[in-house]
Design a protein around this ligand. Structure first.
Ligand SMILES: *Cc1c(COP(=O)(O)O)cnc(C)c1O
Length: 391
């Protein structure tokens, strides 16, 4: 092992998640997997071929840089859609490569027309509509200008989609806000149709919307967190499992984060461990070090607070998390030696460290914790157990 830790990706779990999510959609709905923020920390380059093996070939990213990475490693028949940032300097490149992207300002629409003229190739665009989130999207009073620009430049624009994003589809407290957005979106789509613009894809649903508002499933869905095996929040998980009388969670985590024991030492009672005086042994102790610290994505918030799995047991982090190391208390673990596996996130024996228990934050922070995993941690595919032999 060259690096001090690695991320293991479980292709079978990914496949199970995608199969389950697709089973909730009409066959005609395009499944776009959201791989922004380095595929939610899982690693774009490593995960992409695994996703394609599961039969998904449409990817959504936020930025141009992410789109370039996807475009570099995706298969010939796969497609990228940029939901957010494209610098003006790169519009020509994006159009030339045939990537699709969101347009949500008049300036961008105008610049897109000019770039498409230069590229001699129509730009594939998705028009984002403001329906109540008040973040990005064309407001209703801008639409006459949008329609005019589209009509005047038909040969330069290939309008592929009309779309919007909900202001918290996982949060039941904002149900009224979401319902109003759905109604506004439908009304605005009708207005486009009245102006002769009726693109192939109308799309609005993210993971939360897919589970909580099936009416938001249209010609395409943009699913992120659920593909990776996480519910957008606990509320959505519990409500979905209850409503569908499921006893087993259909979503499986695909990521594990693992390292190895670097050293094991004995420490007498009454000694301070690691920097400063934040941890004092209260018994003769056995301590071990793990070569991950805040410089490698193991948050300093976990000082005297986090846990890891060693020898099939959950053991505490003691003292401050250092830049390159943490100290753990393995007094209770009978046989523990250098190079033993340490699980930071994932399973060992019958114990699990979830992403949320990895920190002391609540479950809704899965998004943040995942995307904070450093991109440089190497990824390996989990080896699937051989099928059981008959007879
Ligand atoms: C991130 C994002 C999604 C996916 O959201 P999940 O909750 O992870 O499914 C969908 N649409 C847009 C516009 C997004 O930014």
């Amino acid at each position: 092992m060259l690096h001090t830790s690695y991320i293991e990706l479980d292709g079978a779990a990914l496949n199970a998640n995608i199969k389950f999510l697709k089973s909730l959609l009409p066959a005609s709905t395009t499944f776009s997997m959201v791989v922004k923020a380095n595929a939610y920390g899982h690693g774009i380059e490593d995960l992409l071929p695994m996703i394609e093996d599961c039969g998904v070939n449409h990817f959504s990213v936020f930025s141009l840089a992410e789109a370039m990475r996807v475009q570099e490693c995706m298969r010939e028949n796969s497609d990228v859609m940029i939901l957010g940032f494209v610098d003006d300097d790169y519009l020509d490149w994006v159009i030339d490569k045939g990537l699709s992207f969101y347009v949500f300002t008049l300036e961008r629409l105008q610049a897109t027309v000019e770039a498409a003229k230069r590229a001699r190739r129509p730009a594939r665009i998705h028009i984002e509509l403001e329906t109540g989130m008040h973040r990005t999207g064309f407001c209703e009073d801008q639409l006459p200008r949008v329609w005019q620009l589209i009509q005047d430049n038909q040969q330069h624009l290939q309008i592929e989609g009309l779309c919007t994003h909900y202001a918290g589809a996982e949060d039941f407290a904002v149900r009224d806000r979401i319902k109003e957005q759905v109604a506004t979106f439908k009304r605005l789509c009708d207005a486009f149709e009245d102006h002769g613009i009726n693109p192939r894809y109308k799309h609005t649903a993210c993971s939360g919307a897919l589970f909580n508002y099936p009416e938001t499933i249209m010609d395409m869905v943009r699913i992120g967190i659920a593909c990776y095996g996480f519910w957008p929040n606990q509320e959505t998980r519990m409500s979905y499992l209850r409503e569908h009388r499921l006893t087993e969670d259909p979503l499986k985590r695909i990521l594990s984060w693992k390292s190895k024991i670097l050293s094991v030492n004995r420490v007498p009672e009454g000694k301070y461990v690691s920097y400063g005086k934040s941890y004092l042994t209260t018994r003769p102790s056995k301590i071990a070090t793990v070569p991950v610290g805040y410089g490698y994505g193991f948050s300093r918030d976990l000082s005297n607070n986090g846990h890891v799995l060693v020898g099939g047991q959950r053991v505490p982090v003691i003292g401050f998390v250092n830049m390159n190391m943490v100290v753990i208390d393995v007094t209770e673990v009978e046989e523990v030696k250098v190079n033993d596996e340490v699980v930071l996130i994932g399973q060992q024996g019958d114990k699990t460290m979830t992403v949320s228990s990895f920190s002391d934050m609540n479950n809704s922070m899965n998004y943040e914790l995942l995307t904070r995993l450093p991109g440089h941690i190497p990824k390996v595919a989990k080896r699937q157990p051989a099928p059981a032999m008959m007879g």
